[in-house]
Ligand binder design. Structure first.
Ligand SMILES: Cc1ncc(COP(=O)(O)O)c(C=O)c1O
Length: 414
Protein backbone atom coordinates (compact mmCIF):
# COMPACT_ATOMS: atom_id res chain seq x y z
CA UNK A 1 0.00 0.00 0.00
CA UNK A 2 1.19 3.51 -0.73
CA UNK A 3 1.95 5.43 2.45
CA UNK A 4 0.27 8.62 1.26
CA UNK A 5 -2.88 6.75 0.24
CA UNK A 6 -3.07 5.29 3.70
CA UNK A 7 -2.61 8.67 5.31
CA UNK A 8 -5.19 10.32 3.05
CA UNK A 9 -7.87 8.00 4.40
CA UNK A 10 -6.95 8.69 7.99
CA UNK A 11 -8.17 11.51 10.22
CA UNK A 12 -6.86 12.55 13.59
CA UNK A 13 -9.46 13.21 16.33
CA UNK A 14 -9.37 16.92 15.45
CA UNK A 15 -8.69 16.50 11.76
CA UNK A 16 -12.05 14.80 11.19
CA UNK A 17 -13.77 18.16 11.67
CA UNK A 18 -11.37 20.05 9.45
CA UNK A 19 -13.70 20.40 6.49
CA UNK A 20 -16.29 22.39 8.42
CA UNK A 21 -14.09 23.72 11.17
CA UNK A 22 -10.93 24.91 9.42
CA UNK A 23 -10.34 28.64 9.92
CA UNK A 24 -13.26 28.78 12.33
CA UNK A 25 -12.86 26.35 15.21
CA UNK A 26 -9.44 25.18 14.17
CA UNK A 27 -6.68 27.37 12.73
CA UNK A 28 -8.71 30.58 13.20
CA UNK A 29 -6.90 33.77 12.27
CA UNK A 30 -6.89 36.50 14.89
CA UNK A 31 -5.68 39.66 13.25
CA UNK A 32 -4.49 43.06 14.42
CA UNK A 33 -2.26 43.89 17.35
CA UNK A 34 -2.03 41.25 20.11
CA UNK A 35 -4.65 42.47 22.56
CA UNK A 36 -7.95 41.59 24.23
CA UNK A 37 -9.74 43.06 21.22
CA UNK A 38 -8.70 41.63 17.86
CA UNK A 39 -10.22 41.04 14.45
CA UNK A 40 -11.74 37.67 13.58
CA UNK A 41 -13.19 37.21 10.08
CA UNK A 42 -13.48 40.93 9.58
CA UNK A 43 -15.01 41.96 12.87
CA UNK A 44 -13.75 42.87 16.29
CA UNK A 45 -13.96 40.22 18.98
CA UNK A 46 -13.21 40.24 22.68
CA UNK A 47 -10.50 37.66 22.91
CA UNK A 48 -9.84 35.33 25.87
CA UNK A 49 -7.70 32.80 24.11
CA UNK A 50 -4.11 34.07 24.26
CA UNK A 51 -1.59 32.93 26.87
CA UNK A 52 -0.28 36.49 26.87
CA UNK A 53 -0.82 36.54 30.65
CA UNK A 54 1.14 39.67 31.47
CA UNK A 55 0.17 41.53 28.33
CA UNK A 56 3.82 41.81 27.29
CA UNK A 57 3.18 40.59 23.74
CA UNK A 58 2.35 44.04 22.50
CA UNK A 59 3.93 46.17 25.20
CA UNK A 60 5.76 49.12 23.60
CA UNK A 61 8.96 48.51 25.59
CA UNK A 62 8.97 44.87 24.52
CA UNK A 63 8.20 45.68 20.91
CA UNK A 64 11.08 48.17 20.89
CA UNK A 65 13.54 45.75 22.50
CA UNK A 66 12.59 43.04 19.98
CA UNK A 67 12.83 45.45 17.04
CA UNK A 68 16.15 46.95 18.18
CA UNK A 69 17.63 43.49 18.67
CA UNK A 70 16.42 42.35 15.26
CA UNK A 71 17.88 45.51 13.66
CA UNK A 72 21.21 45.07 15.44
CA UNK A 73 21.64 41.32 15.02
CA UNK A 74 19.17 40.00 12.45
CA UNK A 75 17.49 36.65 12.99
CA UNK A 76 20.42 34.51 11.94
CA UNK A 77 23.00 35.29 14.58
CA UNK A 78 24.44 33.20 16.13
CA UNK A 79 24.71 30.38 13.62
CA UNK A 80 25.00 26.79 14.74
CA UNK A 81 24.22 24.89 17.91
CA UNK A 82 25.40 26.39 21.19
CA UNK A 83 28.04 23.68 21.60
CA UNK A 84 29.57 24.24 18.17
CA UNK A 85 29.40 27.88 17.10
CA UNK A 86 26.10 29.31 18.39
CA UNK A 87 26.98 30.61 21.83
CA UNK A 88 27.12 34.26 22.96
CA UNK A 89 27.55 36.29 26.14
CA UNK A 90 23.85 37.21 25.87
CA UNK A 91 22.76 33.56 25.95
CA UNK A 92 24.89 32.98 29.02
CA UNK A 93 23.71 36.17 30.69
CA UNK A 94 20.08 35.20 30.17
CA UNK A 95 20.80 31.78 31.69
CA UNK A 96 22.50 33.41 34.65
CA UNK A 97 19.55 35.76 35.23
CA UNK A 98 16.95 33.00 34.85
CA UNK A 99 18.83 30.83 37.36
CA UNK A 100 18.99 33.70 39.83
CA UNK A 101 15.29 34.50 39.34
CA UNK A 102 14.37 30.87 39.96
CA UNK A 103 16.70 30.61 42.97
CA UNK A 104 18.75 27.90 41.31
CA UNK A 105 22.47 27.53 40.67
CA UNK A 106 22.28 27.43 36.89
CA UNK A 107 19.95 27.35 33.90
CA UNK A 108 20.00 26.16 30.31
CA UNK A 109 18.15 27.79 27.43
CA UNK A 110 15.96 25.68 25.16
CA UNK A 111 14.83 26.62 21.66
CA UNK A 112 11.28 25.43 22.23
CA UNK A 113 9.63 24.19 25.37
CA UNK A 114 8.08 21.15 23.77
CA UNK A 115 11.16 19.56 22.29
CA UNK A 116 13.30 20.88 25.13
CA UNK A 117 11.51 19.13 27.98
CA UNK A 118 11.06 16.01 25.90
CA UNK A 119 14.78 15.91 25.28
CA UNK A 120 15.60 16.67 28.93
CA UNK A 121 13.52 13.69 30.08
CA UNK A 122 15.31 11.56 27.51
CA UNK A 123 18.70 12.72 28.77
CA UNK A 124 17.96 12.34 32.47
CA UNK A 125 16.87 8.72 32.66
CA UNK A 126 18.21 5.42 31.39
CA UNK A 127 16.53 2.02 31.11
CA UNK A 128 17.12 1.18 34.78
CA UNK A 129 15.31 4.31 35.98
CA UNK A 130 11.60 4.68 36.62
CA UNK A 131 9.43 7.66 35.71
CA UNK A 132 6.28 8.47 37.69
CA UNK A 133 4.12 11.20 36.16
CA UNK A 134 0.76 12.92 36.53
CA UNK A 135 -2.01 11.62 34.24
CA UNK A 136 -2.91 15.11 33.02
CA UNK A 137 0.62 15.99 31.96
CA UNK A 138 1.08 18.07 28.82
CA UNK A 139 1.82 16.27 25.55
CA UNK A 140 5.49 17.26 25.70
CA UNK A 141 5.90 15.35 28.97
CA UNK A 142 4.01 12.37 27.61
CA UNK A 143 6.22 12.35 24.53
CA UNK A 144 9.35 12.59 26.70
CA UNK A 145 8.08 9.64 28.74
CA UNK A 146 7.44 7.74 25.49
CA UNK A 147 11.15 7.98 24.68
CA UNK A 148 12.02 6.35 28.01
CA UNK A 149 13.14 2.79 27.59
CA UNK A 150 12.58 1.82 31.19
CA UNK A 151 9.47 1.49 33.31
CA UNK A 152 6.98 4.29 33.86
CA UNK A 153 3.97 4.64 36.14
CA UNK A 154 1.21 7.20 35.79
CA UNK A 155 -0.69 8.48 38.81
CA UNK A 156 -4.21 9.92 38.84
CA UNK A 157 -4.12 13.68 38.40
CA UNK A 158 -2.94 15.42 41.58
CA UNK A 159 -3.93 12.36 43.61
CA UNK A 160 -1.28 12.01 46.29
CA UNK A 161 -2.51 8.66 47.62
CA UNK A 162 -2.33 7.24 44.13
CA UNK A 163 1.09 8.80 43.61
CA UNK A 164 2.29 7.12 46.78
CA UNK A 165 1.02 3.76 45.54
CA UNK A 166 2.86 4.23 42.26
CA UNK A 167 6.00 5.27 44.13
CA UNK A 168 5.92 2.06 46.16
CA UNK A 169 5.97 0.12 42.88
CA UNK A 170 8.54 2.44 41.35
CA UNK A 171 10.89 2.21 44.31
CA UNK A 172 10.76 -1.56 44.38
CA UNK A 173 11.59 -1.70 40.71
CA UNK A 174 14.30 0.98 40.86
CA UNK A 175 15.97 -0.73 43.83
CA UNK A 176 15.93 -4.09 42.06
CA UNK A 177 17.63 -2.78 38.96
CA UNK A 178 19.91 -0.23 40.56
CA UNK A 179 17.98 2.65 39.04
CA UNK A 180 16.52 5.92 40.30
CA UNK A 181 13.11 7.62 40.22
CA UNK A 182 12.05 10.79 38.38
CA UNK A 183 8.65 12.26 39.24
CA UNK A 184 7.19 14.69 36.70
CA UNK A 185 4.29 17.06 37.20
CA UNK A 186 3.21 20.58 36.29
CA UNK A 187 3.19 23.78 38.33
CA UNK A 188 -0.14 24.76 36.78
CA UNK A 189 -2.13 22.43 34.56
CA UNK A 190 -3.11 24.37 31.47
CA UNK A 191 -6.60 22.95 31.02
CA UNK A 192 -8.04 22.67 34.54
CA UNK A 193 -5.95 25.50 35.97
CA UNK A 194 -5.14 23.30 38.98
CA UNK A 195 -1.79 23.92 40.54
CA UNK A 196 0.21 20.74 40.95
CA UNK A 197 0.15 19.53 44.58
CA UNK A 198 3.83 20.27 44.83
CA UNK A 199 3.93 20.63 48.59
CA UNK A 200 2.48 17.20 49.16
CA UNK A 201 4.63 15.68 46.45
CA UNK A 202 7.88 16.95 47.96
CA UNK A 203 6.86 15.59 51.35
CA UNK A 204 7.16 12.12 49.82
CA UNK A 205 10.76 12.72 48.75
CA UNK A 206 12.42 11.50 51.92
CA UNK A 207 10.42 8.27 51.92
CA UNK A 208 10.88 7.40 48.26
CA UNK A 209 14.09 9.14 47.29
CA UNK A 210 13.13 10.66 43.94
CA UNK A 211 14.00 13.73 41.91
CA UNK A 212 11.20 16.12 40.92
CA UNK A 213 10.77 17.79 37.54
CA UNK A 214 8.11 20.50 37.22
CA UNK A 215 6.77 21.97 33.98
CA UNK A 216 5.68 25.44 35.07
CA UNK A 217 4.68 26.85 31.69
CA UNK A 218 1.55 28.46 33.12
CA UNK A 219 2.95 29.28 36.58
CA UNK A 220 5.98 31.25 35.41
CA UNK A 221 5.07 34.94 35.36
CA UNK A 222 1.71 34.40 37.03
CA UNK A 223 2.55 32.93 40.46
CA UNK A 224 5.07 33.86 43.14
CA UNK A 225 5.83 37.44 44.26
CA UNK A 226 7.55 38.38 40.99
CA UNK A 227 6.27 35.60 38.78
CA UNK A 228 8.90 33.05 39.81
CA UNK A 229 6.22 30.42 39.50
CA UNK A 230 4.40 27.68 41.38
CA UNK A 231 7.43 26.47 43.33
CA UNK A 232 8.07 29.83 44.96
CA UNK A 233 4.32 30.39 45.39
CA UNK A 234 4.02 27.11 47.30
CA UNK A 235 7.26 27.64 49.22
CA UNK A 236 8.99 24.51 47.92
CA UNK A 237 11.20 25.88 45.15
CA UNK A 238 14.29 24.28 46.71
CA UNK A 239 12.69 20.86 46.36
CA UNK A 240 12.08 21.20 42.63
CA UNK A 241 15.15 19.57 41.14
CA UNK A 242 14.41 20.39 37.52
CA UNK A 243 12.38 23.55 37.00
CA UNK A 244 11.13 24.06 33.45
CA UNK A 245 9.26 26.91 31.83
CA UNK A 246 8.63 28.20 28.35
CA UNK A 247 8.81 31.76 27.01
CA UNK A 248 5.63 31.04 25.02
CA UNK A 249 3.18 32.28 27.65
CA UNK A 250 3.90 35.05 30.18
CA UNK A 251 7.06 36.01 28.28
CA UNK A 252 5.07 36.21 25.02
CA UNK A 253 7.89 34.95 22.85
CA UNK A 254 9.62 31.73 21.82
CA UNK A 255 12.17 29.73 23.77
CA UNK A 256 12.27 28.02 27.14
CA UNK A 257 14.63 27.08 29.94
CA UNK A 258 15.43 24.59 32.65
CA UNK A 259 16.89 25.71 35.99
CA UNK A 260 18.50 23.49 38.60
CA UNK A 261 21.76 22.47 40.25
CA UNK A 262 24.88 23.40 38.31
CA UNK A 263 25.99 19.79 37.98
CA UNK A 264 22.69 18.74 36.42
CA UNK A 265 22.42 21.74 34.11
CA UNK A 266 25.97 21.09 32.92
CA UNK A 267 25.07 17.47 32.33
CA UNK A 268 22.03 18.60 30.27
CA UNK A 269 24.20 21.07 28.31
CA UNK A 270 26.29 18.20 27.09
CA UNK A 271 23.52 15.60 26.79
CA UNK A 272 20.32 17.14 25.45
CA UNK A 273 19.95 16.09 21.86
CA UNK A 274 17.42 18.85 21.10
CA UNK A 275 20.05 21.46 21.94
CA UNK A 276 23.24 19.77 20.79
CA UNK A 277 21.83 19.01 17.36
CA UNK A 278 19.85 22.20 16.72
CA UNK A 279 20.63 25.83 16.02
CA UNK A 280 20.60 28.04 19.10
CA UNK A 281 18.01 30.72 19.86
CA UNK A 282 18.46 33.76 17.60
CA UNK A 283 19.59 36.96 19.26
CA UNK A 284 16.28 38.89 19.17
CA UNK A 285 14.69 36.12 21.27
CA UNK A 286 17.53 36.18 23.77
CA UNK A 287 17.70 39.95 24.09
CA UNK A 288 13.89 40.09 24.06
CA UNK A 289 13.78 37.57 26.91
CA UNK A 290 16.28 39.60 28.95
CA UNK A 291 13.99 42.62 28.53
CA UNK A 292 10.88 40.66 29.54
CA UNK A 293 12.58 39.16 32.57
CA UNK A 294 13.66 42.61 33.66
CA UNK A 295 10.03 43.76 33.36
CA UNK A 296 8.82 40.83 35.48
CA UNK A 297 11.21 41.93 38.20
CA UNK A 298 10.78 45.69 37.97
CA UNK A 299 7.16 46.22 36.84
CA UNK A 300 4.81 44.47 39.29
CA UNK A 301 1.78 46.20 37.74
CA UNK A 302 1.47 43.57 35.00
CA UNK A 303 1.02 40.69 37.42
CA UNK A 304 -1.21 42.82 39.64
CA UNK A 305 -3.49 43.65 36.70
CA UNK A 306 -3.54 40.02 35.64
CA UNK A 307 -4.80 38.97 39.06
CA UNK A 308 -7.27 41.85 39.25
CA UNK A 309 -8.87 40.61 36.04
CA UNK A 310 -8.56 36.93 37.04
CA UNK A 311 -10.22 37.51 40.41
CA UNK A 312 -12.99 39.60 38.84
CA UNK A 313 -13.65 37.00 36.15
CA UNK A 314 -13.52 33.94 38.38
CA UNK A 315 -15.44 35.71 41.17
CA UNK A 316 -18.26 36.79 38.83
CA UNK A 317 -18.48 33.39 37.14
CA UNK A 318 -18.80 31.66 40.51
CA UNK A 319 -21.31 34.21 41.76
CA UNK A 320 -23.46 33.60 38.70
CA UNK A 321 -23.43 29.85 39.31
CA UNK A 322 -20.94 28.78 36.65
CA UNK A 323 -18.82 25.70 37.29
CA UNK A 324 -15.19 26.76 36.96
CA UNK A 325 -13.85 23.48 38.28
CA UNK A 326 -11.01 23.53 40.75
CA UNK A 327 -8.69 26.14 39.24
CA UNK A 328 -6.14 27.72 41.55
CA UNK A 329 -4.47 29.80 38.85
CA UNK A 330 -5.35 32.32 36.16
CA UNK A 331 -6.51 29.59 33.78
CA UNK A 332 -10.29 29.79 33.88
CA UNK A 333 -12.28 26.83 32.62
CA UNK A 334 -16.06 27.15 32.33
CA UNK A 335 -17.58 23.69 32.42
CA UNK A 336 -20.95 23.07 30.77
CA UNK A 337 -22.90 19.97 29.83
CA UNK A 338 -23.39 19.20 26.15
CA UNK A 339 -22.13 17.26 23.17
CA UNK A 340 -19.64 18.31 20.51
CA UNK A 341 -22.33 19.64 18.17
CA UNK A 342 -23.77 21.80 20.94
CA UNK A 343 -20.30 23.00 21.80
CA UNK A 344 -19.69 24.17 18.24
CA UNK A 345 -23.10 25.86 18.01
CA UNK A 346 -22.63 27.61 21.33
CA UNK A 347 -19.17 28.80 20.33
CA UNK A 348 -20.50 30.02 17.02
CA UNK A 349 -23.22 31.98 18.84
CA UNK A 350 -20.63 33.51 21.17
CA UNK A 351 -18.40 34.54 18.27
CA UNK A 352 -21.07 35.74 15.87
CA UNK A 353 -23.70 37.28 18.13
CA UNK A 354 -21.71 38.33 21.18
CA UNK A 355 -18.35 38.95 19.51
CA UNK A 356 -16.59 36.90 22.16
CA UNK A 357 -13.75 34.62 21.17
CA UNK A 358 -12.56 31.92 23.53
CA UNK A 359 -11.20 28.44 23.07
CA UNK A 360 -13.47 25.42 23.34
CA UNK A 361 -12.24 22.14 24.65
CA UNK A 362 -14.19 19.01 23.77
CA UNK A 363 -13.83 15.23 23.79
CA UNK A 364 -11.28 13.55 23.92
CA UNK A 365 -9.63 16.20 26.13
CA UNK A 366 -12.73 16.29 28.36
CA UNK A 367 -15.46 13.60 28.75
CA UNK A 368 -17.95 13.20 25.90
CA UNK A 369 -20.79 15.13 27.56
CA UNK A 370 -18.66 18.05 28.73
CA UNK A 371 -18.09 21.36 26.99
CA UNK A 372 -15.24 23.36 28.40
CA UNK A 373 -14.81 26.98 27.46
CA UNK A 374 -11.32 28.04 28.40
CA UNK A 375 -10.68 31.66 29.28
CA UNK A 376 -7.22 33.11 29.73
CA UNK A 377 -7.36 36.49 31.47
CA UNK A 378 -4.49 38.87 30.82
CA UNK A 379 -3.09 42.00 32.38
CA UNK A 380 -4.44 44.07 29.50
CA UNK A 381 -8.10 43.02 29.79
CA UNK A 382 -10.46 45.54 31.39
CA UNK A 383 -13.20 45.04 33.98
CA UNK A 384 -15.75 46.01 31.27
CA UNK A 385 -14.52 42.99 29.29
CA UNK A 386 -15.34 40.79 32.27
CA UNK A 387 -18.85 42.26 32.65
CA UNK A 388 -19.61 41.82 28.97
CA UNK A 389 -18.42 38.23 29.04
CA UNK A 390 -20.46 37.28 32.10
CA UNK A 391 -23.62 38.72 30.50
CA UNK A 392 -23.03 36.79 27.29
CA UNK A 393 -22.23 33.59 29.16
CA UNK A 394 -25.47 33.86 31.12
CA UNK A 395 -27.41 33.99 27.85
CA UNK A 396 -25.63 31.08 26.16
CA UNK A 397 -25.83 28.96 29.30
CA UNK A 398 -29.60 29.45 29.36
CA UNK A 399 -29.87 28.63 25.65
CA UNK A 400 -27.80 25.48 26.15
CA UNK A 401 -30.05 24.38 29.00
CA UNK A 402 -33.11 25.04 26.78
CA UNK A 403 -31.70 22.77 24.10
CA UNK A 404 -31.42 25.70 21.68
CA UNK A 405 -28.10 24.49 20.34
CA UNK A 406 -29.29 20.97 19.55
CA UNK A 407 -31.28 21.46 16.36
CA UNK A 408 -28.92 23.58 14.32
CA UNK A 409 -26.56 21.99 11.88
CA UNK A 410 -22.82 22.45 11.62
CA UNK A 411 -23.14 22.91 7.87
CA UNK A 412 -25.15 26.08 8.45
CA UNK A 413 -22.08 27.69 9.94
CA UNK A 414 -19.63 27.17 7.16
C1 LIG B 1 2.48 22.90 30.02
C2 LIG B 1 3.25 23.18 28.77
N1 LIG B 1 4.50 22.73 28.64
C3 LIG B 1 5.21 22.95 27.52
C4 LIG B 1 4.70 23.66 26.47
C5 LIG B 1 5.51 23.80 25.22
O1 LIG B 1 6.19 25.00 25.17
P1 LIG B 1 6.63 25.65 23.77
O2 LIG B 1 5.44 26.34 23.20
O3 LIG B 1 7.74 26.58 24.17
O4 LIG B 1 7.13 24.55 22.89
C6 LIG B 1 3.40 24.17 26.55
C7 LIG B 1 2.81 24.97 25.46
O5 LIG B 1 3.29 25.95 25.00
C8 LIG B 1 2.66 23.93 27.74
O6 LIG B 1 1.42 24.39 27.88
Amino acid sequence: MDLFEKIAGKTSPLGQFAKDAHHYYTFPKLEGELAPHMMFRGKEVLNWSLNNYLGLGNHPEVRKADADAAAAWGCAYPMGARMMSGNTDYHEELERQLAEFEQKEDAILLNFGYQGILSAIDALVDRRDVIVYDAESHACIIDGVRLHQGKRFVYAHNDIENLERQLVRAKKMADQQDGAILVITEGVFGMSGNQGNLREIVELKSKFDFRLMVDDAHGFGTLGPNGEGAGVEQGIQDDIDIYFSTFAKSMASIGAFIAGDEVIINYLRYSMRSQIFAKSLPMPFVIGALKRLDMLKSQPQHKENLWKITNALQGALKKEGFDIGTTTSCVTPVILKGNIAEATHLTYDLRENFNIFCSIVVYPVVPKDVIMLRLIPTAVHKLEDVDRTIKAFQVVKKKLANGDYKAEKLAAFS
